[in-house]
Design a protein around this ligand. Structure first.
Ligand SMILES: [Zn+2]
Length: 609
């Protein structure tokens, strides 16, 4: 009999309730404490999953046991003579990759949303029984998860096991009538599980994922650190998200991002899907096994601060798209377009000049994950700027070592010394290891790019790789950059981002030092009229084409329920949109950078170090 045994069943799909049983064979003699995680690894925000627990009760040998609530997420059971059993329901109606979701079409859960930890027993083996739903509406359901099956039926219902609590909650579970595909990458079995309403070409996705997964495995060096891997994909009309786990990932993607049957092209939307898969897969090494020392041991009861998220999310964001060109799925030109879009996103927020990526990492909990209307002016993303820092670091190492070293070598050294060993990285450990592996003095680089807010020297770095970086103004709100004409005259600009609302346009963001901010307009204002004419997000651009820089434009807005008038002095839009162009000459540095890049894992001997 296992010491800690969980059972999960579909209780009431219509009410979105899972039922959970927890049996502790040998509860602590002084009384047993149970706790629910406050956050889920990979998503750095306090979510207080305990708030969805409904009707928690305990018993021992058939007699009720009174539980005492200790705080927002912990309960105490008094000493009992025998096994202690808990039973409770969990409300699951969060259609995201971070929590749990249940209705008549499917069930999904992360253990961190459903399974109370047995304090003191976190290091013990844990068992989970997933019961076949009795409800007729759940006929034909199956189970998909990367958790180790002990004794399950043909559909996957039955007993699973994990070495400890941390592993138990790191294998999300999907139940339903999904589409399941199998493929192998470097000998490792992979599953692609697609849930939702869609028409696509699963075999084609598997072919593309095989190339991506094999590239990643060879990049870090075979054998892969996981015995098998599962992509759990929830397909919806509109959505985007992913969360990494040690042997799986859960993704939420838009229907249109999957390739139509018979379509062999790579649309921008499908490229976004492949980039997301590549991103989460790279995390299998970078953050699931190479971790900050601050994350060891795992503390899920409160915020855990580290300045290193730029290295885990930024470097991963750099390699997610780079892997696509290196494994041959997209062209060099297509890759430069993606890179140009990343540079554009960073450039459009003045927050990059106020917050470093190290600070952004540290404050992820209260700033990056709680972005308000002022976010572009105040903070920088450790994902997007982190990706550019990784790019700049890679190019700097390649240039200054005459092509001898690269960020690839640093990643492989991180894997050997911190991934395989499980030894966490100190806060300045990435910098120290990068200097050690490359023999370069990277002190100024890290001071400026990671801990400072100066602009990254991308233009001069890329020039050495035969790539011209230019800036132009955005042509519309939808213009994400990456291509386009450099020498066109910038259009006129208000310095706001707009959303369609109530047949008008609502200001969602006001950018620092723009015309709207100087005139006194605010986020939330409902834009009614410009020079006496009704405005929408669509017709505003057309209207502005009839004015010149320096002209004054009268705007009427509702702020709350009050009509207000402002006069804006128009100016030309800033050149904040990046265009990258590969020069026609063959450049050796560029060829090495965008080439396959996995050969080094074997030739440099790091794998045997
Ligand atoms: Zn990530």
């Amino acid at each position: 009999m296992n010491d800690i045994q969980y059972g999960v069943e579909v209780h009431q799909p219509g009410a979105h309730l899972f039922r959970v049983q927890l049996r502790v064979a040998h509860p602590a003699a002084s009384g047993q404490i149970f706790s629910m995680p406050a956050w889920i690894p990979g998503s750095y925000m306090i979510r207080d999953f305990a708030r969805h627990i409904v009707d928690l009760r305990a018993h021992c040998r058939g007699n009720p046991v009174a539980l005492q609530k200790l705080d927002k997420q912990r309960w105490h059971a008094p000493p009992v003579d025998g096994p202690l059993s808990l039973e409770y329901e969990v409300y699951a109606w969060d259609l995201s990759v971070r929590a749990a979701h249940l209705d008549s079409t499917h069930g999904f859960f992360n253990g961190s949303s459903l399974l109370l930890a047995v304090e003191g027993g976190e290091q013990l083996p844990q068992r989970l029984r997933i019961a076949r739903p009795a409800q007729a509406v759940c006929d034909g359901w199956q189970v998909a998860t990367a958790m180790r099956a002990q004794e399950v039926d043909a559909d996957g219902f039955g007993d699973y096991s994990a070495a400890d609590y941390s592993e138990l909650i790191d294998h999300p579970v999907e139940m339903g009538r999904f589409e399941r595909h199998h493929f192998t990458a470097c000998g490792v079995p992979h599953e692609l599980v697609l849930t939702g309403s869609f028409r696509s070409d699963g075999a084609r996705i598997c072919r593309d994922l095989t190339r991506i997964c094999e590239w990643h495995i060879r990049f870090f060096g075979e054998p892969a650190p996981m015995e098998r891997y599962v992509f759990l994909v929830m397909v919806v009309g509109d959505g985007y998200g992913g969360l990494e786990h040690r042997a799986s990932t859960s993704l939420l993607v838009a229907r249109d991002s999957l390739p139509a049957p018979g379509d062999s092209s790579v649309s921008d939307a499908y490229l976004g899907f492949l980039g997301l898969c590549s991103h989460e897969y790279f995390h299998t090494w970078n953050v699931k096994r190479i971790k900050p020392a601050a994350f060891i041991p795992e503390r899920l009861d409160r915020e855990v601060h580290t300045e290193l998220l730029w290295a885990f999310e930024g470097i991963t964001s750099y390699y997610d798209d780079l892997a696509l060109v290196r494994c041959g799925l997209i062209s060099e030109q297509r890759y430069l377009k993606l890179l140009g879009r990343t540079a554009t996103r960073v450039q459009r927020g003045a927050g990059r000049l106020k917050q470093s990526v190290a600070e952004s990492s540290f404050d992820a909990w209260t700033k990056f994950y709680k972005q308000g209307e002022n976010a572009p002016n105040a903070i920088v993303s450790y994902y997007t700027k982190g990706a550019l820092v990784a790019l700049a670091l890679d190019l700097t190492i390649r240039r200054d070592s005459d092509g001898e070293h690269s960020l690839d070598d640093v990643m492989r050294a991180l894997w050997e010394r911190h991934g395989r060993t499980g030894e966490g990285i100190a806060e300045r450990g990435v910098q120290a290891l990068a200097a050690q592996v490359t023999g370069l003095d990277l002190g100024d680089f890290f001071a400026s790019a990671v801990h400072g807010t100066a602009e990254l020297p991308l233009e001069s770095l890329l020039a050495d790789f035969g790539i011209a970086l230019g800036w132009r103004a955005a042509t519309s709100q939808e213009d994400r950059g990456g291509g386009g004409e450099l020498d066109s005259t910038p259009p006129l600009w208000l310095g706001v981002r707009l959303q369609a609302a109530d047949g008008c346009a609502r200001i969602s963001h006001v950018f620092d030092d723009g015309p709207a901010q100087r005139a006194g307009l605010s986020a939330g204002d409902l834009l009614l009229a410009a020079d006496g004419l009704r405005t929408t997000p669509q017709n505003l651009a057309a209207l502005l084409r009839r004015y010149a820089a320096g002209d004054r434009l009268a705007l009427h807005v509702f702020r709350r329920d009050e009509l207000m008038a402002f006069v804006v002095e128009l100016q030309r839009a800033p050149r904040d949109t990046c265009v990258l162009t590969a020069l026609p000459e063959e450049v050796e540095l560029r060829r090495d950078w965008l080439g396959d890049g996995t050969a080094g894992a074997d030739s440099r001997g790091e794998a045997s170090a």
